[in-house]
Design a protein around this ligand. Sequence first.
Ligand code: ATP
Ligand code: MG
Length: 367
Amino acid sequence: MSKPILSVRNLHVKFTLRGRELHALRGIDLDVLDGESLAIVGESGSGKSVLNKNFIGLLDQNGFIPEGSIRYYGMGDKMRNYGTCAGEDENGPYVDLAAFRRKDEWLRIRGSEICMIPQDPMTSLNPLKTIGWQISEALRLHHGMTGRMAKEETLRILQDVRIDDPARRYKQYPHELSGGMRQRVVIAIAIACQPRILICDEPTTALDVTIQAQVLTLLRELKEKYHLTIIFITHDLGVVANIADRVAVMYAGDIVELGLVDEIFYEPKHPYTWALLSSLPQLGQRGEDLYAIRGTPPNLFKEVQGDAFAPRNPQALVIDKLEQPPYFEISPTHKARTWLLDPRAPKLEPPAVIAKLRELGGVRHGR
Ligand SMILES: Nc1ncnc2c1ncn2[C@@H]1O[C@H](COP(=O)(O)OP(=O)(O)OP(=O)(O)O)[C@@H](O)[C@H]1O
Ligand SMILES: [Mg+2]
């Protein structure tokens, strides 16, 4: 297994809202491995975006980190100027992104080392500048490239993201392109920065299914070509199956299960993962409503007692309501936070419908 490029330990994030505090991340532990493709799944409000915004210093103004560390190992010598935020551990030299206090500390990280592709490409493209200008600008800012060199490199990157007729596209404006093409331009700008980590926050939800598949294929190609580490945030487990090496399942500001993609699809252990998988469209019966998880996530203005999913879990144990479960290790690559894995717990089988995933050969296509 490769080494972590990012190591998150006991990360808490809180937001201040009208004098009250919302506990959005409740002690996240996560290693992002160098060169992997990690999917982060979980329903709306589980903390996927908040977690990732910490990696690029874009937490909203009212958010803060009361506790925890985020060690980034990709900087090598470039971390000399980070003073007390820098250090060395068994994984090598690091900078602790959670310890940053000034805006300028992010300059050499955001965009250069870690890039994020937002959900809606239009929010990150400038409508008044040509595609070519915008990609060249990234090359200038991050690599000091100008003039002909920048133009040639831009044309090459346009080709890399499989935009046809790069010379013509170079001169076009965002509104002249389709949604899928714009998403490719956003990806091109990210690639121009040559980041180590690319965070894709629901990068395909605004696109139709065929274009979605093409963008995913492209991201897979670029990952190989540029040795990227990709963090993929998505609601869509079909996307996960097609792109991820590992999956982290988030619920109410915590990671409740983490494993290789096959472990999560075929050997899921947490009742919340069971519920998520049961709602996969592939498992729906013709003519029947899709499975939907009942109830709502906990109110994060209050401290959560026990297993956060217990109130929605019809089979919750007594202890689930009292005490937060620790992680139990299922394999060296698979862990879950559920009392069901305690040797004293009753043996509960996942819903029968999940076994169907195996029969279907998973939900992958074209991998
Ligand atoms: N600026 C903020 N102020 C207060 N609460 C916030 C703020 N930003 C996020 N939150 C809260 O933090 C929690 C996690 O939000 P987050 O945006 O990370 O969810 P998500 O998993 O990305 O959801 P989605 O799938 O809808 O994008 C939610 O309860 C959300 O309401
Ligand atoms: Mg989000």
